[in-house]
Design a protein around this ligand. Structure first.
Ligand code: DAT
Ligand code: MG
Length: 151
């Protein structure tokens, strides 16, 4: 079976604050494998689709405005339990509720400037990966040091 994948994005505030490398570094250092990554300025329509489950929320329009306020860095990461672990590494939705050591807990304050996105379930991840990336943008490869990461 294919290894689990998740969609992780550095949001426009994270890009502006120079945190792309920091976020990549944490997933790389953990042992997860980058299978796709690109900087892009997402359209409001694309973001409304990405966040369609939140369309009824009072913060929806503000969220779409924020997410389209500049380029973001979209990624796909692969590895064992990467969806759940990715969420843990990001921290709680509200940075003020995020533990130190998480990305949001180390770098964020306001919920509307929470730096990063991570898929919340495997099914969501598959939908989001397909929404943000073409199949040919995903690279299938193995880390040469895989046996030093997985037993
Ligand atoms: P997450 O990004 O942790 O998956 P979510 O999917 O519930 O959280 O919401 C998507 C984004 O919407 C979130 O990263 C920031 C924004 N958001 C969520 N709840 C909010 C709120 N109560 N007020 C303002 N923005 C909010
Ligand atoms: Mg979410």
């Amino acid at each position: 079976p294919r290894k689990e994948r998740t969609f992780i994005a550095v949001k426009p505030d994270g890009v502006q604050r120079g945190l792309i490398g920091e976020i990549i570094k944490r997933f790389e250092a953990r042992g997860y494998k980058l299978v796709a990554g690109k900087l892009l300025w997402a359209s409001k329509d694309h973001l409304r689709n990405h966040y369609k489950d939140l369309a009824d929320k009072p913060f929806f329009n503000g969220l779409v405005d924020y997410m389209s306020s500049g380029p973001l860095f979209a990624m796909v990461w692969e590895g064992k339990e990467v969806v759940k672990m990715g969420r843990q590494m990001l921290g709680a939705t509200n940075p003020l509720a995020s533990m130190p050591g998480t990305i949001r807990g180390d770098y964020g304050i306001d919920v509307g400037r929470n730096i990063c996105h991570g898929s919340d379930a495997v099914e969501t991840a598959n939908r989001e990966i397909a929404l943000w990336f073409k199949p040919e943008e995903l690279s299938d490869y193995e880390y040469a040091n895989k046996p030093w990461i997985y037993e």
